[in-house]
Design a protein around this ligand. Structure first.
Ligand code: ZN
Length: 326
């Protein structure tokens, strides 16, 4: 989830607490705590790929939560902005929860496992989701006496939005099962702009079948705030429910020739649905269906391998930004 939404969730948490309103210094501390797990951004000073490998790792781990809570409590307990330990833990849990509902993956069992949990309910940046939290807080500027009630409304509307996306996720999974009855696994991933847009993925041993559907095409969602070209770039092959066409992509795991090449071990772990996009002479390009590979030619997080005499591999972040993988 984006840092702005994390910060807004911290304000809502501070305002929703029973009793007197928290003093400003404690509100600021709470907002800081709801953003703190993303302090793993400092790993970019080692390298971009180190960051990618450990982002949403130990700072987002449920197993490490008692240690972080104790450390922060020990640091702040004698200051003016001290807050109870349970509130420190609640702020961090709120952050982990908001990350879990996205499709990126969160290593909640780090450092003992690099398994990345995901609930696939909300796209990583979703202004409609953020608005559910924000609008009641803004209304509290008008109805100051109801500030606490409105903060609770923030969380209630956030949960209602999650209820809607949970229903849509279920409908998307059902659609995938009906359309691809012989697949081994099914996934439904939220897409940008609308909670009714979903990418469907059916997994087979050698390939993935993929399509994208809009359950409510007349609902513009937040497309109104972006230029058409931008919306089109991220809308991929979104189709109406009545004319659903599936596309097949060779799975990376089926490309036995590349197993010893650099970058493949990392990419097999990092990408959730790694597919072969291009192979000509010594060049291999892979993408991740999670990030729009196959629909968006400039999809982020592609893997490019050049098998020359000395094979080299690059992770293409976006556009021309790339890091070599060893
Ligand atoms: Zn995070």
């Amino acid at each position: 989830m984006d840092p702005i939404t994390h910060a807004i969730s911290g304000i809502a948490l501070a305002r929703a607490l029973p009793g007197h309103l928290l003093p400003r210094s404690q509100v600021i501390l709470l907002v800081g705590l709801t953003m703190l797990p993303d302090a793993d951004y400092i790993l970019t000073f080692i390298s971009d790929t180190t960051y990618l490998q450990y982002h949403r790792g130990i700072t987002h781990s449920i197993l490490m939560l008692p240690l972080w809570t104790w450390l922060i409590y020990a640091l702040i307990s004698k200051t003016r902005s001290a807050i109870p330990a349970w509130l420190i833990a609640a702020a961090i849990v709120l952050h982990i929860g908001l990350d879990l509902i996205t499709s990126f993956g969160t290593m909640i069992l780090a450092p003992f496992s690099d398994w990345r949990a995901t609930l696939d309910l909300v796209f990583i940046i979703d202004p409609l989701f953020t608005a559910c939290l924000l609008i009641p807080l803004l209304l509290a500027f008008i109805w100051k006496r109801h500030a606490r009630k409105l903060a609770i409304v923030s969380f209630v509307s956030m949960c209602a939005y999650l209820g809607l996306t949970l229903m849509m996720h279920h409908a998307a999974m059902q659609l995938a099962r009906n359309d691809q009855p012989s697949a081994l696994e099914y996934h439904a991933l939220p897409m940008p702009f609308s909670p009714f847009r979903w990418q469907l993925i059916a997994s087979y041993s050698e390939y993935y079948s993929q399509t994208a559907v809009d359950f409510l095409p007349d609902f513009p969602g937040n497309t109104l705030f972006f230029p058409d070209s931008f919306v089109h770039q991220f809308s991929g092959n979104v189709q109406p429910l009545t004319r659903l066409a599936w596309r097949q992509f060779p799975a990376m795991r089926a490309q036995t020739d590349i197993r010893k090449l650099p970058g493949t071990a990392f990419y097999s772990w990092f990408a959730r649905f790694p597919v072969l996009l291009e192979h000509r002479s010594e060049l291999w390009i892979f993408g991740d269906l999670r990030f729009g590979a196959g629909s968006n030619p400039d999809s982020p997080f592609r893997l490019e391998i050049n098998e020359g005499k000395q094979p080299r591999a690059w992770l293409i972040w976006h556009g021309n930004q790339r890091s070599e993988l060893r």
